[in-house]
Ligand binder design. Structure first.
Ligand SMILES: C[S@@+](CC[C@H](N)C(=O)[O-])C[C@H]1O[C@@H](n2cnc3c(N)ncnc32)[C@H](O)[C@@H]1O
Length: 408
């Protein structure tokens, strides 16, 4: 059985992207394919194992069937099939980062030279070595990325962690981020195009931008807008700028904390984020929402694309997704899905009738759908599609929290 799934999107090259040699490309492709294989060939049998053995054993031991994802975990961790699944998943995750690190090491000097030539060419960036990123970002290597987001080499232009993230995340998402790794941004932008037709923001902020990949589609849709993007670590902000400069896009990247950005009140018409919230913390998330409210002009929009809440899923599905909390250094993954983001947004100051959760269909799936000849109704088809555990973006779309600030 070929390991390489059915996703053929290749990452588009740009000047700062570490380019794999043939051997490195093979190792990277193996790691990416192994992830796909685990999800397609191994994961689907977890539930039958649970039903046939683990649930019954739990019932025998306790007198009741497992009531929630935590009780399902208690019994599933005893199953050799689950143990093999979890171990293999972790191995694939570690392999993918390692396969990129060797590639960066080999071409580090060349990438450094490119970085020097691109710094401040188009757009700008601002980093501050006295800035302290929050503990929830630096305390562990999130999703097992070696060294984490804040890893510093001490070089004048600090970009290595960004390069690792750029190529690594393409493999991690098995290519479903699209050729520019920008599917989340592109999906939200498509949502705005369809649903907020009159909205023409002049100032846009992307929070937790990492390497700034999701930010670029906003400049594409609103070319006259001034687009800012922030993150808390120096290498990500630096690389984000170099990447955008290499692609010729004018964005201002800055090292700032989304909980307390330091921008003046009412600075932006649109504040967005993409998979930032689940990497913050129970205390930080409400602060980020409050900060969004403060930063918005009257009538401005806040849009956060992230993981779907647990609310409409089976307990078994919740258990599967929660494996990220336990085995992929994502401590806030499960807890965030239990939070009521609508209530929290209301507490942050947004009018209750101007807050909603909805799905922005994945741009990449729409693109693939159109390529197959669906020219209309594709969005509805995608929205109705059933979510399968292990898919990168459940339900073929990104869950978006949208709120509009009261008009003056
Ligand atoms: C999963 S990455 C998101 C990457 C990107 N937005 C995307 O579209 O894929 C989460 C990012 O949020 C950043 N982050 C976490 N807490 C933050 C905070 N309080 N302020 C700004 N950025 C933060 C992390 O450093 C990391 O780069």
């Amino acid at each position: 059985m070929p390991l390489d799934g059915n996703n053929n999107f290749q990452q588009t090259l740009h000047p700062m992207l570490p380019k794999p040699s043939l051997e490195e490309a093979e190792r990277q492709s193996f790691a990416k394919s192994l992830r796909g294989y685990i999800q397609k060939a191994i994961l689907p049998d977890l539930e039958p194992v649970y039903q046939a053995r683990a649930a019954k054993r739990f019932e025998k031991e306790t007198g009741h069937s497992p009531r929630d994802r935590h009780e399902i975990r208690k019994t599933m961790v005893k199953e050799p099939y689950f143990q093999a699944y979890a171990a293999l998943n972790r191995i694939a995750q570690e392999l993918l980062w390692l396969s990129v690190i060797e590639s960066i090491d080999r071409q580090y000097d060349q990438l450094s030279a490119t970085a020097k030539s691109l710094a401040n060419k188009v757009g700008s960036y601002k980093v501050d070595r006295a800035f302290t990123p929050p503990n929830y970002v630096t305390a562990l290597d999130i999703h097992c990325m070696p060294g984490g987001y804040a890893q510093n080499t001490g070089d004048d232009i600090e970009f290595a962690a960004g390069a690792l993230y750029d190529r690594g995340v393409y493999l991690y998402s098995m290519g479903y981020g699209g050729p520019f790794n920008d599917d989340k941004g592109r999906s939200v932008v498509n949502y705005i195009k369809r649903n907020l037709k009159e909205f023409a923001p002049k100032t846009i902020l992307d929070m937790g931008c990492a390497i700034g990949h999701s930010t670029l589609p906003y400049k594409e849709l609103f070319p006259d807008a001034k687009v800012f993007a922030i993150d808390v670590t120096e290498p990500l902000v630096t690389y984000a700028h170099l990447r955008a400069a290499g692609l010729g896009v004018d964005i201002t990247y800055e090292q700032r904390n989304a909980e307390d950005t330091g921008y003046p009140d009412a600075s932006f018409d649109l504040v967005v984020s993409h998979i930032l919230l689940h990497e913050t913390s129970g205390k930080a998330l409400p602060r980020v929402l409050k900060e969004c409210h403060r930063l918005l002009k009257p009538g401005g929009y806040m849009i956060h694309a992230d993981l779907p809440p647990f609310a409409n899923m089976t307990e078994f599905m919740r258990f599967i997704l929660d494996n990220e909390t336990y085995y992929n250094a994502e401590p806030f993954w499960g807890a965030m899905r239990e939070m009521n983001l609508v209530d929290l947004s209301a507490k942050a100051g947004f009018p209750k009738d101007k807050i909603m959760m909805t799905t922005a269909p994945m741009a990449i799936r729409e693109f693939a759908g159109r390529a197959k000849g669906y020219d209309s109704g594709i969005v509805d088809q995608l929205a109705k599609r059933e979510f399968k555990a292990g898919e990168f973006a459940p339900g073929a779309g990104w869950e978006v929290l949208i709120a509009q600030k009261e008009t003056a």
